[in-house]
Design a protein around this ligand. Structure first.
Ligand SMILES: Nc1ncnc2c1ncn2[C@@H]1O[C@H](COP(=O)(O)OP(=O)(O)OP(=O)(O)O)[C@@H](O)[C@H]1O
Ligand SMILES: [Mg+2]
Length: 288
């Protein structure tokens, strides 16, 4: 009997392990996707308000245009309607591109335009909380990345920064490229609370959060930064944090650059992945 069981288990164990591994990967993928939608949920009320404002603009200029007999005044009203509709289309495009499932497809992407798509989603939220945004794009670097995952990283860092800041403060984002080591860099620097030295070593751990549940039971899941770390690791990139209590926090993302996709070529075909030595750890923390 025992021999039979042993034989049986030796046959099934590898299979079960393989199935468990597949299931684990599936669950990790689902977790990533729900974390992603959770970050978008954080912005949903400001996005809905923004849509309402855009619709009010469109309705008012449409009414105005209908009342006007003068061709110039009508053209002006049409212009306003067109630009408001284009802004609405930008937001929906941004949301759809952000929400797309994060399969592991990598293509050469312009990092500044990935950032701009995310900024469209957060603009209104920043206005509502009276937080300034100072964006400085001094280069146009390309990197071979999964666009959805990188947008998720950017949104997580931007939402964290906004949550750490009081009204009247400013978030500074810079995009640059180091031509010597062919690395692209995105810095997200807030003027928030800063992170205490005893908390800093834990922030990339799964489920680590200092955000208490509010009256609706909504706190932090503590998955944002651990997901950022996993994504940066899988892109051969790095994420570095420097923080000073009472002054703010700066996250720096570094990516190996790729060449710009040639017109007519599938960008993945042209992705000149410029592998850097795999870092021992993708994260670096420092307390200032
Ligand atoms: N910019 C920041 N300023 C101050 N503290 C931060 C900042 N970013 C992260 N933290 C700290 O790191 C912790 C972990 O962040 P993480 O994004 O992983 O989870 P969370 O924001 O708490 O939850 P979730 O991302 O699910 O809303 C936060 O709870 C907070 O203590
Ligand atoms: Mg977070």
């Amino acid at each position: 009997m025992s021999t039979h069981q042993d034989l049986d288990s030796s046959n099934t164990e590898p299979l079960q392990l393989e199935q468990l591994q597949l299931r684990l990967e599936e669950l990790q993928e689902q977790l990533l996707q729900s974390q992603k939608m959770g970050s978008l949920g954080e912005l949903s009320s400001s996005i809905a308000h923004e849509f309402n404002n855009i619709l009010t603009t469109i309705i008012n200029y449409a009414k105005l245009g209908l009342r006007q007999k003068d061709a110039d005044a009508r053209t002006k009203a049409f212009d306003k309607i067109l630009s408001a509709s284009q802004r609405a289309a930008k937001i929906t495009t941004g949301m759809l591109s952000y929400a797309r499932s994060s399969s592991d497809r990598r293509e050469s992407h312009n990092l500044a335009s990935l950032l701009n798509d995310v900024l469209i989603l957060v603009e209104k939220d920043f206005k509502v909380h009276r937080i300034g945004l100072d964006v400085n794009i001094s280069a146009d670097p390309y990197a071979s990345v999964n666009a959805g995952q990188i947008q998720q990283v950017l949104l997580n860092l931007i939402v964290n920064a906004r949550q750490a800041m009081e009204p009247g403060r400013t978030l500074t984002i810079t995009v640059s490229e180091n031509k010597d080591d062919k690395m692209a860099e995105i810095c997200i620097k807030d003027q928030g609370t800063g992170i205490p030295a005893d908390v800093l070593p834990h922030i990339f751990e799964k489920f680590f959060t200092t955000k208490k549940a509010d009256k609706n039971g909504q706190g932090g899941t503590g998955l944002g930064l651990s997901m950022c770390k996993d994504v940066m690791e899988s892109h051969n990139g790095r994420i570095r944090v420097e923080s000073a209590v009472g002054h703010g926090t700066k996250f720096t993302l570094r990516f190996p650059c790729s060449s710009q996709p040639a017109f007519g070529l599938k960008s993945s075909e042209n992705a000149n992945h410029n592998p850097q030595p795999e870092p021992s750890s993708a994260t670096e923390t420092s307390f200032v």
